[in-house]
Write a protein that binds this ligand. Structure first.
Ligand code: PLP
Length: 370
């Protein structure tokens, strides 16, 4: 079995989620008015209620869709459709948000970029959000794991709707939608042990995103289409387990993270990108003089699975936009890889990585930069 260090990309499905998934695999259309439709409906309703309780919102505010990417698109495109005008966004957003904002820019949106510190944290945002029509900020960065000041942004937003991409946060840190006061929030089941292909959009009753997809009116008309009942039920089961284990798991991962960070820091010429205020499972660093692709391939050949964490690279080693926004030089950004730990990561996995890493870095450095 390989040592898996890419939990922030996707985490294995939890056994509890698999069981529920199989149990409801034959569920039919929850919109059907007959007995099997009502049965499917009641499973879907229970999943919605469970998720609402776990995320601090009302069941009606839970919109099931197909991915975190779709949830971000439905929220941002839908909210911008209501008001038009100026959007405030940070340059460290995942492409699901960044490319959506850029797409809206082509449709006439004015965009203001929120300042980002060298630690990868949005900061000094107050003047940038003054008078804007829509604000978007992620809860935690997918590459560095840096936690963002989403509560402060929601508190300072005034009447402007706020979308929070919480795809990396849900199931890993406590999330309470009502306490946060955001307008919309995106989550994705496969980041906390649910199935891939199930996104969650939390959307306040008002202002609600205008529809960008049209059809049968399911999910308040914000995400029409026949629901995947089994995936929704499995997602609720995964989130329940992730939330129940959160405190203990966070402490366990934090100590593995500290151990790994210490070893990475002891390798000469490294630059650590994960700040102190971060998710417990991320270790993101540049090994200067080594190409990220070489590091990933050498690690893979020894049974360690890690990635750059930069979703837009798509197999091509381009410098991460997140790191460039933080002021990291291009050459350093091209030497960056992310180890992300999760609920299946053991002490033995981390110790094996620690034994292998110095030699892998030395060999990648010998190969040099392309
Ligand atoms: N937003 C963030 C912060 C992410 O990390 C990801 C996935 O990596 C997404 C959005 C997209 O989620 P999905 O893969 O479910 O489309």
């Amino acid at each position: 079995m390989p040592h898996y260090f890419d939990h922030a990309a996707t985490t294995p499905m939890r056994e509890a989620a698999k069981r529920i998934w199989l149990e409801h695999a034959s569920a039919l259309n929850p919109g059907g008015q007959y007995a099997s439709g009502r049965k499917a409906r009641s499973v879907l309703d229970s999943a919605r209620e469970e998720i609402a309780t776990l995320l601090g919102c009302d069941p009606i505010e839970v919109i099931f869709c197909a991915s975190g990417t779709e949830a971000d698109n439905l929220a941002l495109q839908g909210l911008w459709r209501r008001s038009g005008g100026t959007i405030a966004a940070s340059g460290i957003e995942h492409p699901a948000v960044l490319e959506t904002v850029r797409g809206l820019e082509h449709q006439g949106a004015a965009v203001r970029w929120l300042p980002v510190s060298s630690k990868g944290e949005v900061h000094e945002f107050e003047s940038t959000i003054q008078g804007v029509d829509l604000i978007t900020c992620m809860w935690a960065n997918n590459e560095t794991g840096a936690l963002q000041p989403v509560q402060q942004i929601c508190d300072a937003a005034g009447d402007a709707p706020v979308h929070v991409d919480a795809v990396q946060a849900v199931g890993h840190v406590p999330v309470d939608f009502h306490a946060l006061g955001a307008t919309t929030l995106a989550a994705s089941a496969h980041k906390f042990g649910g199935p891939r292909g199930l996104g969650i959009l939390l959307a306040k009753r008002s202002p609600a995103p205008s529809p960008v997809l049209f059809g049968g009116g399911q999910e308040r008309g914000i995400r029409p289409g026949t629901n995947d009942v089994a995936a929704a039920a499995a997602t609720a089961a995964a989130l329940k387990e992730a939330v129940a284990e959160m405190e203990a798991e966070s402490q366990r991962l934090r100590s593995l993270q500290t151990r790994l960070l210490d070893v990475v820091a002891s390798i000469e010429n490294t630059q650590i990108h994960t700040p102190d205020h971060c998710l417990p499972g991320h270790v993101h660093a540049s090994f200067l003089g080594a190409e990220a692709d070489s590091l990933i391939m050498l690690l893979d050949s020894q049974g360690f699975e890690a990635s750059t964490g930069s979703a837009c690279s798509n197999g091509v080693n381009r410098a991460s936009e997140v790191l460039l926004s933080m002021g990291v030089p291009v050459a350093n950004a091209r030497s960056a890889i992310r180890f992300s730990l999760g609920y299946t990561t053991t002490t033995a996995d981390v110790e094996a990585l620690i034994r292998a890493l110095p030699d892998v870095v030395a060999r990648a450095r010998l190969a040099g930069m392309a």
